[in-house]
Design a protein around this ligand. Structure first.
Ligand SMILES: [Ca+2]
Ligand SMILES: [Ca+2]
Length: 299
């Protein structure tokens, strides 16, 4: 089905490259190829070798008790066979009940409940770069009603001053269209930005949806080039789009790998992202598998 839709989209793109996006269809990446070697130098990486998370590079979820329709918990994060694995599964017995105070490293305690558990890791407080090229290589978790993401942010994103220059959430990719074959988006991811506040103050923009290659079964790379003037998004080293809406962040930001379950207050349900109802049942597991995260500076 996706092959037929991709073919249809390719025809539309021959008529006009922006036509799929204007119809809310995913587009095929067809921008400039990234010239990584001549323009950038590798300065930070985690290849996820070994058998545990490197705590000199990452910390576990740093905020919130419940995360949307589930819970973030470090027991859902592991390193094995050269990959980071963030597992999403239903826990009939709640896992140990602690969480990090929002926006801080302070640990608090509150009762966790039965429900969907998943995980998040961040370089917050350990490595917060500003500008460069950021890439992960990953296989996406197979369930509707949830999504994985590789993203960046800092605490200033919540600072409402009319600009994103103090800090912008940059969603390098979010996967939320698993099995969404109706719009042909099943093999697509979305990329975008959120800036100048959350909740009622939130402003955002997106480059739209773009196809990756069989992303729930195979590794693809998802990248962001961030300079003073714009964000440039890539899939497998091919540009998908650019954004600078609201002003580009000029401050350091942390890198984040996460899975989230659609819903609220720890209860899973379909939400505004159109992720639908969770297709997993208790006993099922979805895995977000990350081969590496690499960071490059401009030469
Ligand atoms: Ca701001
Ligand atoms: Ca690896």
């Amino acid at each position: 089905m996706t092959k037929i839709i991709r073919f249809f989209v390719a025809i539309l793109m021959m008529i006009s490259p922006t036509l799929p996006r204007s119809l809310d269809l995913p587009a095929i990446p067809d921008g400039q190829a990234l010239d990584l070697e001549s323009r950038f130098s590798l300065v930070w990486q985690d290849e996820f070798e070994g058998d545990s998370l490197d705590k000199t590079k990452w910390q576990y979820n740093w905020w919130e008790v419940e995360r949307k329709g589930g819970y973030w918990h470090e027991d859902m994060v592991s390193v094995k066979d050269g990959n980071l694995v963030i597992k999403t599964a239903y826990q009939s017995e709640p896992l140990e009940n602690y969480y990090y105070e929002k926006w801080s490293d302070t640990i608090n305690f509150k009762e966790y409940k039965e429900g969907w558990y998943t995980g998040c890791i961040s370089t917050g407080g350990l490595y917060e770069p500003c500008f460069g090229y950021f890439e992960c290589r990953a296989i996406l978790p197979k369930s509707t009603g949830m999504w994985s993401a590789f993203w960046m942010m800092n605490n200033q994103v919540q600072n409402v001053d009319g600009s994103g220059k103090d800090g912008t959430e940059v969603d390098i990719f979010e996967s939320m269209f698993y099995k969404d074959v109706w719009w042909g988006a099943g093999d697509a991811v979305v990329s975008g930005i959120v800036y100048d506040g959350y909740g009622a103050d939130m402003k955002n923009d997106s480059i739209g949806k773009f196809f990756a290659n069989n992303p729930y079964e195979e590794f693809n790379t998802y990248g962001l080039e961030w300079n003073k003037n714009e964000y440039i998004f890539y899939i497998n080293g091919v540009e998908t789009g650019r954004l600078s809406t609201g002003g580009v962040s000029q401050n350091p930001e942390r890198l984040i790998l996460s899975c989230e379950v659609a819903g609220q207050n720890g209860v899973a349900h379909a939400d505004r992202h159109g992720t639908g109802k969770m297709s997993m049942e208790p006993g099922d597991t979805a895995e977000f598998i990350v081969d590496y995260v690499r960071v490059y500076e401009y030469k």
